[in-house]
Ligand binder design. Structure first.
Ligand code: FES
Ligand SMILES: [Fe+2]
Length: 443
């Protein structure tokens, strides 16, 4: 694909009040191929939590773009990330999502690898009549070009040409800390996860996590049910975020964008008693201070570009995006909880998670249906340019607003407004990073 054509898929002229993307970025298989190589295989991708592999020889299987990735803890306790592909002729050497194995033996011809990725046995090697050059090859699993963690969040990159993970995460670390500091022992993946596939491009999910504009139109059933519960029409009286209060003038609401495509929306909560963390808030305040504790009760949806999202607007959800093809995406979702939280807080968290999130919750199916409708709509080849990236353009600030200043965070852009503005400039960061990576790759 020509460099000029690629650059022409995003129109980014804020001074002229223009930002839009061409629909080919959602529907052209050639663009998808380039994205896999130049976005997913050229930047840091979230792999999992270190706490998923607590013991020696524990492993998890995951993906970087199309590359199957095996993360293992070796016998000495060191974590490593490897391409899950046998050096002999390519088969996966580990199949299950997670487990514990000192050795991974390829099911095809029996080459065996240790949990440090090194080859430990080539079946019938002595009698093989291998040429001398063969012995000089590294037969071990290929390590990822980069592998690092931020406070137990594991990331890998297939390209060595990436900034340090700390630089990549940059200012978002303050908000990641708000996720990770929910108890003195941190946050954990509550056992169980759901995976589902929607018939749409992966960027639809990237957008949705920070898309406030859809809330009142795509999720009316959830809002209706919250309203009915408030009137007492509920046997269990589950406390959930009251989205109708989003419109109240007391609610402060904003969005931030960061370097490397990351983006976030946030808002204050009318009644913090609906937050499981509120039950322990005095301890949280002592640990992280008044200001951060207040922020930890705010709703915060954060995308670490391109494939990791924390949605903390009801319960606390981690989403991992795996693109399958230009019009197919796999989502895996986890409920996160404060380690050691009370049974009451954990129960509230789980019920809220099932209520709003989860593949059977009252919000997720609304969103996935909208993605599939969009993807179907992109079949209309008479329309090329989207009109969905302009809300907030005359309100967006370069740099921090007063709330970011107070926290000591330096976003690239900030918006702060009443609910009804429902900013769309928050999407620009992802597309700017998309274009930067694609240009760099194609060049
Ligand atoms: S493909 Fe693994 S041993 Fe042959
Ligand atoms: Fe939604």
């Amino acid at each position: 694909m020509q460099f000029e054509r690629l650059a022409g898929l995003v129109k980014d002229r804020p001074e002229a009040g223009e930002f839009t993307v061409h629909r080919d970025i959602f529907r052209d298989p050639e663009v998808f191929e380039l994205e896999m190589r130049h976005v997913f295989e050229a930047t840091w991708i979230f792999l999992g939590f270190a706490s998923q592999l607590p013991r020696p020889h524990d492993f998890i299987n995951t993906w970087i773009g199309r590359t199957p990735v095996l993360v293992m803890r070796d016998g000495k306790g060191k974590l490593g990330g490897f391409v899950n592909s046998c050096r002999h002729r390519g088969a996966l050497v580990a199949h299950t999502q997670a487990g514990n194995a000192k050795y991974h033996v390829c099911a095809y011809h029996g080459w065996a690898y240790g949990s440090d990725g090194r080859i430990v046995d080539i079946k019938d090697q002595k009698a093989a009549c291998y040429p001398p050059g063969f012995d000089k090859l590294d037969h071990g699993l290929q390590p990822l070009a980069r592998f690092a963690d931020y406070r137990g969040l594991l990331f890998g990159s297939l390209s060595a040409d990436v900034p340090s993970l700390d630089e990549h995460l940059g200012e978002t670390r303050t908000f990641l800390d708000m996720v990770l500091d929910q108890s003195p022992q941190g946050v954990e993946m509550i056992p169980g996860s759901s995976s589902y596939i929607f018939k749409g491009n992966w960027k639809l999910q990237v957008e949705n996590c920070v898309d406030l504009y859809h809330l009142t139109s795509a999720h009316p059933s959830f809002m209706e049910i919250v309203g009915r519960r408030q009137k007492g029409e509920s046997a269990h009286g589950l406390a959930a975020i009251d989205f109708t209060a989003y419109k109240s003038p007391e609610t402060v609401r904003g969005s931030y964008t960061f370097e490397y495509g990351h983006a976030m929306v946030w808002g204050t909560v009318a009644d913090p008693r609906v937050r499981p963390l509120f039950m322990d808030i005095e301890n949280v305040k002592q640990r992280v201070g008044e200001l951060k504790a207040r922020w930890m009760l705010n709703t915060r949806n954060l995308t670490i570009y391109p494939s990791m999202q924390f949605a903390e607007n009801a319960s606390l959800q981690l989403r991992v995006i795996r693109p399958l093809s230009v019009d197919r995406t796999e989502m895996t979702i986890y409920c996160l909880g404060a380690v050691g939280e009370s049974a009451a807080a954990r129960e509230m968290r789980l019920r809220q998670f099932e209520d709003f999130f989860n593949s059977t919750g009252m919000a997720t199916p609304d969103d996935t249906m909208c993605y599939e409708d969009c993807q179907t709509g992109y079949g209309s080849r008479s329309i090329d340019w989207q009109q969905g990236y302009s809300r907030g353009m005359t309100a967006v600030l370069r740099g921090p607003d007063k709330y970011a200043d107070e926290l000591g965070v330096k976003p690239v852009t900030s918006t702060c407004s009443q609910f009804d503005m429902q900013d769309e400039t928050v999407f620009h960061a992802g597309y700017r990073e998309w274009l930067r990576l694609m240009r760099k790759g194609v060049a």
